[in-house]
Write a new protein. Sequence first.
Length: 551
Amino acid sequence: MVSNPKAAEIFRGIADLLDVMGERFKPEAYRRAARSIDSLTEDLAAVAGRGDLRSIPGVGDAIEEKLREYLASGRVDYYDRLQKDVPAGVAEMLRIPGLGPKTARRFWVELGIEGPAELLTALDAGRLVGVKGFGEKKIAQIRSAVEAHRAGGSSARLPIAEAYPIALALVRGLREGAGAERVEVAGSFRRGRETVGDLDLLVTTEEAERAFDVFSALPQVKEVRLRGGTKETVLLQNGLQVDLRVVEPAAFGAALVYFTGSKDHNVQIRSLAKDLGLRVNEYGVLRGEERVAGRTEEDVYQALGLAWVPPELREARGEVEAAARGPLPTLVGADDLRGDLHVHLPSNADPDSVDRLLAAGRERGLAYLGVVVVTVDRDGVRSALPDSLRTHLRNASGPQLRTFEVGEFGPAEDPSSPTGDRRPPEWWVARPTKRSGPLQPPSDARGRVFLVAHRGLRDLGDVRGVAAWNDFARKLGAAVEVGPGEDRLDSTWARQARESGLRISLPTGVGESPDSPTGPIALRFARRAGALPSEVLNAEPQPPISGAAKP
DNA sequence: GCCGTTTTCGGCCCGACTGTTTTCAGTCG
């Protein structure tokens, strides 16, 4: 079965092999195409069907040809042939931190080493001693990296919701301990990607050394990887890598742009700068040696003739061209959210928990709360909240903060399956249902506030699955909920949903701890999808319950 | 291999850090 992620994987494989073969620019070209394919909200076969493959950034004649071949046969001959030329283990050596294409190639060609296992054997036999370019330190470094790699080093990307509290704690530690004036988390965390590979922290301070000392001593930090005059890299206890960079205030905006990325976005604005006779780096926008911008991000973009681009959109998907035409539409923000359509009470909730939740809602200035009282699953309707609490909830609701009951309905695991199989939407529609609860989608008027929630689509890039669920939401007249669940596809889902006219619902995290990722991360995902306030159901001042229903 | 309202050829981001070099190569982000 062909799929977008598999196609991207093949191109990344080609890139690795070309790297080892010493090609200069082709590897990056194939990787660029792979990244573009990963960020598609549409199935490749559908794009090909329209004859539109060339519209994918980074896809030209040669890659279009290979995509067609892949879609027709599931294979790419060029990749198969490359794999015959280069042993798989040589490409795998590229996965070892600190080992790049040049070194991997030298090991292979000069020493006949064809993979990490053989490299370790060679190290044990002392075969690297005396080889030009490999001193004592380098050999020790390689050995430790190979061993970590062989032990299954934790190089996997972390879901952003898990990185969120860690990032908050590090920022807090730096602010309190190092007297840092300004601390920001940049990188893919700031762009709101579903997963992060590392964290990039930027600080302004007069005392870089002190900031590094404080940072290294934080309890989350396991070891210092490298430390220079402006940059420190550490490894956290949980295996996450964190880069800390000290920048001067006059360059903070430029550094923030630079380290927020994405790489493709940076490349695009740099080449634009070049056309204008300017140069962009992390210190500013430069004309010759003169810095013409750098203090704020707005300055930097303005100096390039661009409107400021929200970090969540910096993926080289047309945002630079749009920013050249004029200001971008204002994306949904935290202040736009007037209510929450999906609030859970704990399973051991009592009247006090209900009161605390309502107090939290009022404190946030929310006008309404939709509290989950039933979950609709395979057996029809399951109650999640006892009748006594439902009565308490109704009575406690007032004019400042209205409450109403909502049901949950989504691609949850099939509870009857021991392996937790996911069921396609059709299965839910066709299922025998007892229809015994208060909410009976899709005929009930209140079905309009049904949310198709975010569980169950774990495979990154499963755009077909996403499309099926969005179609399902449309049939129900439901909004699509975006949030930092276990799933990793939410911004793809949300983008596809809003492009097809569906509305989005955003959880606010009301009633959760202040460090909870729910609200902030949901918002980032929605912004990443390009959501405007008008496209978000709970940005409406009134709750969208029956009576308010549109025809 | 891709890309182009100044290009269909000749470019392709750029600086920090490390280690092994005595002026630079490789890797990384």
